[in-house]
Design a protein around this ligand. Structure first.
Ligand SMILES: [Zn+2]
Length: 441
């Protein structure tokens, strides 16, 4: 990848339009009523945080990060996505279709500089790599102390776990420990590969374009801030070329290089399935205070057709008690203890059979813990919980939306696209105040 120090502002394309949602919905305010965050102040201190060791599902709550300045690229940059890792003593299999060369990796994974040529050939079937005591071992032969780059001549010539990948494969060893397999791939190939992993392909083109810009922005934000991308929902679902169709490529190409920025920084472009009426503030949901107005939340009247707009779930009391290993009896219930300004639960209070509070914890942590291992149809889809009612041995919960509720609402984006909105207008609605810039041609 090549970077210059030319100020990004010189490449500003256009400012986003304001949110068209109000015009499309007749200007009706759609924020649900609900207690404000002030309710948090009156909540008692947690009695027992049995789950304090848990890591919430991504994105994790954290304090405001220092955000990297926006570079300008002379060509599409490469992003790095971890595909797999092998534990000590285990190996990792991959194949190369066609000619290939293996180099020592010099410097950082991000720069991907090629060192001495270590091996070359034509076709590699189920090569086995492992982290040996002295470095990267491939098919029993020590290649390098720390890291190698496997570079196929054919784009898409890499195969790992039955999937084909464009770009190169970096194998990184911690001697005698873990081996990581990381795909170094052109950002535009990555966007085309991720698009249909994150949004249904039946959605309208303008919604897909908005999603493509969000995917590109989210990936570059994380890479430029030194964070690793995974290939699953921890980052964005990426399956190499498996979901990369001609339609995905066309959509990605039509927005090539475009990212969301605010105050000369990339936006951490969160997105989710269905907001249920209003998106939430990243500051309130994830404690990302640096996000500012761009991720402050917006009204959304366009996702009502989503199958996830309203939902009801039965939650067995015994299942809640099970999370505490029965420590407080077999009939624990819960209630929403505080909400954000969009109506999403921020904190959940868990009560024993006598109604006494036995725990108070972040709503997403409660939801993630309860949802773990349950089929989708039984999970609590969002923290936008409107009603919790006791009915025999279970709680009947009514709520709205699917996902964390921050950033772009995918069903809302699709609704707006069908009503004639452009992808720029859609992005302007869900990331208010953001600009679209083209970082490279
Ligand atoms: Zn929505």
């Amino acid at each position: 990848m090549t970077r210059s120090v030319v100020p990004a502002a010189s490449l500003v394309l256009t400012a986003l339009l304001g949110c068209i949602d109000a015009a499309m919905s007749g200007g009706a305010a759609v924020r649900p009523a609900g207690p404000r965050t002030a309710a948090r102040a009156s909540a008692p201190a947690p009695a027992l945080l049995l789950w304090s060791e848990d890591t919430p599902a991504a994105p994790a709550a954290r304090s405001a990060p220092a955000r990297a300045a926006l570079p300008v690229f002379l060509e599409p940059p490469t992003v790095q996505v971890r595909l797999a890792s092998a534990r000590p003593g285990k190996d990792l299999a991959f194949s190369v279709h066609g000619a290939y060369r293996v180099f020592e990796l010099r410097g950082s994974l991000e720069d991907g500089a090629r060192g001495p040529l270590l091996a070359a050939g034509d076709g590699l079937k189920r090569a086995r790599a492992t982290a040996g005591r002295e470095g990267v071992v491939m098919n029993g032969e020590l290649l390098a102390g720390k890291a190698v780059l496997v570079c196929p001549r054919n784009d898409g010539g890499l195969e790992l776990d039955g999937r084909r990948y464009r770009g190169d494969l970096a194998l990184l060893a911690s001697p005698g420990q873990e081996l990581a397999a990381v795909n170094r791939v052109d950002i535009e190939d990555y966007v085309a590969g991720v698009l249909f992993g994150e949004m249904p392909k039946r959605f309208a083109d303008e919604a897909l374009r908005a999603q493509a810009v969000a995917v590109r922005t989210y990936a570059l934000y994380h890479v430029l801030n030194g964070r690793e991308l995974s290939d699953d929902q921890g980052s964005q679902v990426y399956r190499g070329t498996e979901l990369e169709t001609a339609a995905a490529r066309r959509i990605a190409d039509s927005t090539a290089g475009e990212v969301l920025t605010h105050a000369d920084r990339l936006v951490e472009a969160y997105f989710h399935s269905t907001c249920g009426g209003a998106t939430s503030s990243a500051a309130e949901v994830f404690s990302v205070r640096a996000a500012g107005e761009v991720l402050a939340g917006a009204n959304c009247a366009s996702c009502r057709v989503s199958p996830h707009y309203r939902w009801t779930r039965g939650v067995p009391l015994a299942a809640i008690a099970g999370l505490y290993k029965g420590a407080f009896g077999a009939a624990l219930t819960f209630e929403v203890a505080s909400r954000d300004s969009a109506g999403r639960a921020l904190e959940i209070a868990v009560l024993d059979a006598a109604g006494a509070r036995v725990d108070l914890l972040p709503a997403d942590r409660f939801r993630n813990r309860y949802n773990a291992g349950r089929p989708l149809a039984q999970q609590i889809p969002s923290a936008l919980i409107d009603e919790v009612r006791r009915g025999g041995a279970e709680l009947r919960i009514k709520g709205r939306g699917f996902g964390h509720g921050v950033g772009l609402c995918q069903y809302g984006a699709n609704g707006q696209a069908h009503a004639g909105a452009s992808y720029r207008a859609i992005l302007g609605c869900y990331y208010p105040g953001a600009e679209i810039r083209r970082l490279y041609d």
